[in-house]
Structure formats: C-alpha cells, structure tokens
Ligand binder design. Sequence first.
Ligand SMILES: *[C@@H]1O[C@H](CO)[C@@H](O)[C@H](O)[C@H]1NC(C)=O
Ligand SMILES: *[C@@H]1O[C@H](CO)[C@@H](O)[C@H](O)[C@H]1NC(C)=O
Ligand SMILES: *[C@@H]1O[C@H](CO)[C@@H](O)[C@H](O)[C@H]1NC(C)=O
Ligand SMILES: *[C@@H]1O[C@H](CO)[C@@H](O)[C@H](O)[C@H]1NC(C)=O
Ligand SMILES: *[C@@H]1O[C@H](CO)[C@@H](O)[C@H](O)[C@H]1NC(C)=O
Ligand SMILES: *[C@@H]1O[C@H](CO)[C@@H](O)[C@H](O)[C@H]1NC(C)=O
Ligand SMILES: *[C@@H]1O[C@H](CO)[C@@H](O)[C@H](O)[C@H]1NC(C)=O
Ligand SMILES: *[C@@H]1O[C@H](CO)[C@@H](O)[C@H](O)[C@H]1NC(C)=O
Ligand SMILES: *[C@@H]1O[C@H](CO)[C@@H](O)[C@H](O)[C@H]1NC(C)=O
Ligand SMILES: *[C@@H]1O[C@H](CO)[C@@H](O)[C@H](O)[C@H]1NC(C)=O
Ligand SMILES: *[C@@H]1O[C@H](CO)[C@@H](O)[C@H](O)[C@H]1NC(C)=O
Ligand SMILES: *[C@@H]1O[C@H](CO)[C@@H](O)[C@H](O)[C@H]1NC(C)=O
Length: 804
Amino acid sequence: MPSFPLMKPQRPWLSLLAWATLTSAASLRDFTKYVNLFIGTEGPVVGSAYNSGNVFPGASLPFGAVKVGIDTTRWDTSFAANGGYTPDGNVTAITMLHESGTGGAPTYGLVPQMPLTSLEGVNLMDNLTYMQPRPTKDIASVGYYKTSLANGIVAEMSATNHAGLVRYQFPENTGRYVVVDISHFLPSKGKKEQWYSNGMIETTEDGSWYSGYGVWRQGWSGGGDYRVYFCSQYDTAPDNVQLFSGPYTDPFWPNATNAKATFTNGSSIMGGTVGYQYADRIGALFSFPKNTSTVTSKIGISWISAHKACQFLEEEIPHWDLNTSISSAVDTWNSEVFSKIDVQSSNETLLEMFYTALYHAHLLPSDRTGENPNWESDEPYYDDFYTIWDTFRCLGSLLTLILPERQTGIVRALIDIWRHERFMPDGRSHNVNGRVQGGSNSDNVLADAYIKGLRDGINWTDGYAAMKTNAEVLPYNNYDPEDLTGSTKEGRGALPDWHQYGYLTPNFGRSLSKTVDYSLNDFALSQVARVEAPQDVALYLNRSAGWQKIWHANITSLNFTGFLAPTWANGSVMAGYDPLSCGLCEWDSISYEGVPWEYSFSIPHDMQTLITLMGGANTTEARLDTMFTPQLSASNVGGNSIGSTIFNPGNEPSFMTPFLYNYLGGRQWKSVLRTRQIIDQYYGNSRSGLPGNDDAGALSSWLIWAMLGLYPVVTQPVYLLVAPWFDDISLKIETGTVQITADRPTAGEVYVQRVTVNGVPWNQSWISHDTLMGNEGARIHFVLRDKKAEWDSGALPPSPGHLG
Ligand SMILES: *[C@@H]1O[C@H](CO)[C@@H](O)[C@H](O)[C@H]1NC(C)=O
Ligand SMILES: *[C@@H]1O[C@H](CO)[C@@H](O)[C@H](O)[C@H]1NC(C)=O
Ligand SMILES: *[C@@H]1O[C@H](CO)[C@@H](O)[C@H](O)[C@H]1NC(C)=O
Ligand SMILES: *[C@@H]1O[C@H](CO)[C@@H](O)[C@H](O)[C@H]1NC(C)=O
Ligand SMILES: *[C@@H]1O[C@H](CO)[C@@H](O)[C@H](O)[C@H]1NC(C)=O
Ligand SMILES: *[C@@H]1O[C@H](CO)[C@@H](O)[C@H](O)[C@H]1NC(C)=O
Ligand SMILES: *[C@@H]1O[C@H](CO)[C@@H](O)[C@H](O)[C@H]1NC(C)=O
Ligand SMILES: *[C@@H]1O[C@H](CO)[C@@H](O)[C@H](O)[C@H]1NC(C)=O
Ligand SMILES: *[C@@H]1O[C@H](CO)[C@@H](O)[C@H](O)[C@H]1NC(C)=O
Ligand SMILES: *[C@@H]1O[C@H](CO)[C@@H](O)[C@H](O)[C@H]1NC(C)=O
Ligand SMILES: *[C@@H]1O[C@H](CO)[C@@H](O)[C@H](O)[C@H]1NC(C)=O
Ligand SMILES: *[C@@H]1O[C@H](CO)[C@@H](O)[C@H](O)[C@H]1NC(C)=O
C-alpha cells in the first residue's frame, strides 16, 4: 500500500474515503463492455429505423458538444433519421453534430466528410450519386464507431468534447477522396425541416487544413440562421484540393438533383453575403496521394469562431491515434457516469439493458459551456434540450442523484438563458428556445433540484424569478402553424385562461393536457416559494389544484365515472368528448401525445384528491388495472403509440402510471407486477429494445429507475419503492453510497415481502430523499419471493399539493 507522506488529514474518515476512491479508480470496472450502442436503433420491424428509439449510435462523451456519427438515407421518407443513423440506409456523410432519441423534425447532421474512391458518375450536388451502402453491419462501442462502405473504404471514428477524429482506410489501387459538402444536413419532410443557408471554407496552401463555417436554420426548435464553425486537419497533405459551389437548395427547391457543381481554384470560397439565405451551396473536394492507404482527419467544432474550433482540435486531440481517443472516452464514461451505479448480476442481458440505458441518459443536453455565441457569462451553458417535456419526469431526478454537479450546471444554464432571453426553454437547440409541448416544465426541473438541496452556485433568487416568469408572464405568440392559439416557443402560451379561470378552455390548443401540466408547474413554484418567497406559497398551491376544475364527476368511460374533460369558460364540457380519444393528440388537439385517460392519472402532487375523485382506493386500483388491459386503447398517437393498452409504454405522459399502486396501500405488489410486465414486454437488449423514441434518454431513464427498484416523484423529495432487478446495487451519491440489496432465491421471485432501511423494518412504499442521502447514504434491503404480499401498510406516499 503506497503511503502519502505529504497528506496530513484532519479528518481521518476523509482520507479513508479518498483512499477508497483512489483504489477503486485503479481497479475500476470497465462497464462499457455492457453498452450496446445499437439498442434503440431499430423499430418493431427488424432492419428498419421506423418507430425506433432514434438513438444516436456514434461516438460521444457524456453530454458531448460533438457527436460523431454517420448520416444515412432511408427508404421510407415518412419518418426521419433523427440520430442520423438507419440500419438499412446508405451513408451520405460522417458528421459532427447530432441529437439522440428525438422525434419530430431532425436537428443537425452537420459538418460532414464523405470518403470516396471514385468520382465517376458523381454529382457533388447530389448525394444520391455517391451515397454508399454498407455490405456489413457497423460496429460500435463507447467512444468508437466503425462503418465499412461498399466502395471498400473503412471509416472509424471517435469523439472528444468538441472534436472528432476520423480515420479512413482506403482499398488499394483506387482514388482517395474526401468530399466536404457544407450544405449537408439531416433531411425530413414536412414541418420544421432544416435548411442550409450559407457557408464559407478556406484551406491552407498544402490543403492539409481547412476551416470555415456553415449556416443553417430551423429544425425542431425552429429559429433562424445559426452558424457553426469548423476546423479540420488531415495527417496527410492532399495532392489536390478543389473548392466547389452550386445553386442554393432548400426543402422546396425542385431542381436540386439537376444542379451541377462549379469548381474553383483558390483557397477559399463563400456561399454568398453573410446572412444571405439563398447563398450557394459550397464544399471542398480533397484527393490524396495513391501511396497513402489511410488518411486521418481531426475536426474541431465551435459556435464562436473557426479559430476556437482549431484550438479545440489541437488541445483535445494532440495526436493521430484513434485508440487514444477511444480509451480516453471509455475512461470518461466509466469514471463520470457508469461507476456511479455499480450493479452486480450474472445476467449479461440485464447488464446490457441497464448500462446502455445509463449511456443513453447522458448524451443530452450538450455541454456547450464557453460556446455560447450570444452572450458572455461565467455560468455553465447547455443546449439541446430536446425536450424538457420528455426528460422532466425522471431523467432530471437521476442526474440530481448521481451527477449533482452536472444537474447544478444544467439548472444554472437554464436560469442564465432566462436572464438573457426572458424565458427558460422547454425545448432548445442551436441556441433557440422552442418548442413547448405542454407546460413550462423547467419549473419542475428547478423545483426538483431545489427540494433535493442543489445550491452550489445556483442563484435561487433568480431561479425562482425565472419560474415566476413562466407562471406570470405571457410569452408572445409565435403563431406556430400547428397551434395558432399561443406561444409554442417558450413559457406558457395559455396563461390568460389559466389566470382567469384556473384552467384552460378549449380555446387554447392542448387545453386538457396543459391544464394538468400547469397544475404541476405551479405546484413546483410553491415548493421553491416555501423558502424563497413564502408569501407566494398559497397562491401557487391554490393554482396547482386547477386540474380539479376540469374534473367532471358525470363523465363515464369503460364503466368508470369521473374524468378530466375539456371545459368551456361556462363550465360545460366540449360536445362529443370521449376520455379515450384526443383526436390526433397533436398540437391543436385537446391533449398532447396522450389520451385523457392517461392524463387523468398525471397528478403526482395530489394523488390523495385524485384517488378520492376516482372513487377511493379500490376503484382507483380497478382503473389502473384498466390502463393495462390489452385492446382497450382507442386512440392512435401515431409513431408514439406502442401496444394496445391505454397505458402507452412509448411515451412520457404514461411514465408514472405503473407505479401508482404504491399510493393505494397494500397494493405495492401491483407496481412491481406492472413495471416488470412492461420491461419484459417492451424493453430488451436487441436493436429494437426501446418501445419508442428515447427522447433524449427519457425512456432510458425510466428503465434505469424501474430496474433500480425506485421511482422519483418529480418536484418532491420522494422516491417510490418497487423491487430491484439486481441483488446488489451500489449507487454513489454526494454523501456516500446507497446500497440496494435483494434477498431472492431465484431471479423470478419479484414480490416484496419485507423491506429494511438501514437495518430497520420499513412498511411504507416510499423513501424520502433525506433518508436516501442519510449521513453517508443508506442501505435498502428487499426480501423478494414469488408470492405477493401486502407489506406496505405504513404511511402512504405524500400528497403535498393536497389542500385543506
Ligand atoms: C442504397 O444504394 C443502393 C445501391 O446504390 C440502392 O440500390 C438503394 O436503393 C439505396 N438505398 C437507399 C435506402 O437509399
Ligand atoms: C441527400 O440528397 C437528397 C436528394 O437530393 C436530399 O433530399 C437530402 O437532403 C440530402 N441529404 C441527406 C443527408 O440525405
Ligand atoms: C427547374 O428545371 C426546369 C427544367 O430544367 C426549368 O424549366 C425550371 O426553370 C427550373 N426551376 C427553377 C426554379 O430553377
Ligand atoms: C484551375 O487551375 C488549373 C491549372 O492552372 C486550370 O487548368 C483550370 O482551368 C483552373 N480552373 C478554374 C476553374 O479556374
Ligand atoms: C507518397 O509519395 C509522396 C510523393 O511521391 C512522398 O513524398 C511520400 O513520402 C509518399 N508517402 C508514403 C506513405 O509512401
Ligand atoms: C487499437 O486498438 C485495437 C484494439 O485494441 C488494436 O487491434 C489496434 O492494433 C490498435 N491500433 C493501434 C494503432 O494501436
Ligand atoms: C436474463 O434476463 C432476461 C431479461 O429479463 C431474461 O429474459 C433471461 O431469461 C435472463 N437470463 C438468465 C440466464 O436468467
Ligand atoms: C442573484 O442575482 C441577483 C440579480 O440577478 C443579484 O442581485 C443577487 O446578488 C444574486 N445573489 C447571489 C447570492 O449571488
Ligand atoms: C383558491 O383561491 C380562491 C380565491 O382566491 C378561492 O375561491 C378558492 O377556493 C381557492 N381554491 C382552493 C382549491 O383553495
Ligand atoms: C361495463 O359494464 C357492463 C355491465 O356490467 C359490462 O357488460 C361491460 O363489459 C363493462 N365494460 C367494461 C369495459 O368493463
Ligand atoms: C357533465 O356535466 C357538464 C357540466 O355541467 C356538462 O357540460 C356535460 O354535458 C355533462 N356530461 C354528461 C355526459 O352528462
Ligand atoms: C376494497 O376491497 C377490499 C378487497 O376486495 C375489501 O376488503 C374492502 O372492503 C374494499 N373497500 C371498500 C372501501 O370498498
């Protein structure tokens, strides 16, 4: 055992702790071998990305600003390849910016390189003339991606925070080209599609460096032109560089494939006047000497300047060795993320599901600290919230527990965006707030962080003011064609009704689901107000009961009475209303991406009132059972609908429903049953192992919690207890370790018989955040057997939003 002669610890336990950390770092388990980057890349139809998790399978660090991966074509243009990748498409480029798990119109797929062996038949203005099929399956591991193209080129890549490293291996006796088409982006059809706008490239005299910028617009968050700078270096000087340009294209340009490139000599080319949206497409064609079999390229990305992009490239990849970048990515993922939850199991399938989910839950938002082009600030900066509507339910709480410093940074970034742009975002990409699917759910994120004690560097005076802006200030209407009734950019577009009636009338789009969301949002305000503004608590608690104003005791569906219903200002219900239906569940529907049956369960802050309104615990249980009865789903929410139950495993509004039996007393075993059924049926370690778009890791975070045997009640310092999927889990938290253990003779024995917390018998189906944190963490021990038991006779989980 080495000694540390210089260390004179004042607190011996601290040095023990430090020692433990050091030794465990030395013998750190490599969790990355359990990560299967292709889980979630295919949908129900094997070999197709249609209805898949849309996850990004390329190379990235946790929250990496750069995500290096391939972009491919797709047969079926009714959906978009949001992560760039499809299993069956042809490669059109390797690009540096991606999102992961998102649906809707894709964002990014920017700053490309495409390696070719021949220019015969190639029109550089038309990627379909040079796209490459992949005869073999791609290979990926944490920090590494490899694709073998039909033209014989093998491309391997890795990523650092702001740069990519790509290595091309060319076959013998062919040409060696790299095409850089700045106008490349992930295409889609229909609403909010992206658009190339302008660009510039310059090369050094020998052609081994090039840098410049591209300008793009729109994508899911909407928004006008934004600029991304790049800087790239090859390890081999090309023997020829030609810059090219061609007529502008946009999604509506009918003649794109007729366009021909014009080549120029010279060392720089510009699309057009800065800001001109009909600028030329531009690019560069590099050809390399025949005697080089590999060409390696580093590509740095900056949102500030090309100079900074070059700096990133030099600082983060001061070598040409792919393996160095890969092992550094592996180390980062292990130390920052995976080692936070050390799970023991002999079942490799479960380990793969768990650690891949953990991986997917830490890709977004992108850490762009120091890379905000719009204002200078000492605050951290995160972009690519896509979206908080998806992630607020349980992903934020995961970060708060295992990566509190990250979550602190994210909260500070949200508040800083409010400081400079008047509103925190719900969705945000390329520095543009947009779009808002429901409430102002940043309120929930902030409240969750607040009640769990995140303080370090967060100015909570401003944090609460930012929340109050959401609650009180009407954002301007951006007249989104999908819902003209109020802002979809930020804030709460339906505040006038909320303030006047305490609920939203159908004069606003998504009035029912937004009433539910605004209720939780105002509960979130009341939680922070308890300390930051005690005079406001009553006001926001009162408003948090707004959902009750659209609860109608006379509405019946599937033999249950009492439902939320779209309610006009005079209190009457919208004609023809059916709680099983929301039309298309779209922006201008009565509820968004979920039917009223689902939203009628989404009142985490006041389950007590909800259960009373539903007719008591027994009826609520029967209603919950109905949520999981096959063939009862009567509404199709498009690609977001999975399965035939009203409970929809593929989308967020249903996330908490399977855990709600915990609120009924003695029926926790059914939460165990439901969550296990859902995981068994819909999750797995195959490529189609996610039941829908991962939504920036939202689905993955749901899986993580369910497998840990805990579920966070967002905006409350409370976790519901389910049953762990593993017999031994060590969760590293700020104060120490949460040790979750299970006594279970065989894997199939899942029902809780007894629980102890820190050795003390525990009869309530939930645990507080304080208990979990303890002085140095906590020990939760489950005794699991195959018979159900009504062990949860203690106090029910709290309903702090319950009034009087
Ligand atoms: C991929 O390329 C092959 C060969 O050029 C072509 O036959 C096929 O249609 C392409 N597939 C897609 C999805 O673009
Ligand atoms: C490739 O070309 C097609 C057809 O011109 C175009 O629609 C698409 O946007 C281009 N880019 C990608 C990444 O597929
Ligand atoms: C598209 O091409 C056709 C045929 O080449 C031509 O007649 C037409 O003017 C072009 N459209 C535009 C917008 O350039
Ligand atoms: C580029 O330079 C070469 C050699 O000097 C010349 O043959 C060619 O015409 C030039 N091309 C253009 C587009 O000016
Ligand atoms: C390739 O050829 C060039 C010039 O002919 C020479 O300078 C270079 O060293 C050669 N490179 C290799 C890898 O052989
Ligand atoms: C990189 O690592 C792989 C796998 O460990 C090994 O096969 C390869 O030889 C290494 N490459 C270099 C250049 O060290
Ligand atoms: C491992 O877990 C999976 C998923 O629950 C299950 O299908 C499989 O049977 C388990 N394997 C073993 C060996 O227990
Ligand atoms: C928080 O920010 C406000 C203004 O933005 C400032 O007045 C106040 O001093 C800050 N509080 C702390 C603790 O820094
Ligand atoms: C909320 O406040 C209003 C008056 O300000 C009162 O009439 C109403 O009963 C309150 N609602 C609840 C649920 O306490
Ligand atoms: C509702 O009740 C009626 C009469 O008891 C019964 O026939 C029907 O099957 C019930 N429907 C459902 C969905 O349970
Ligand atoms: C339920 O009550 C509301 C409000 O009074 C009314 O508008 C609606 O028509 C009633 N619905 C049924 C099914 O009775
Ligand atoms: C609820 O159901 C249980 C078990 O069926 C029964 O014992 C109990 O009396 C019921 N409670 C009420 C309030 O109906």
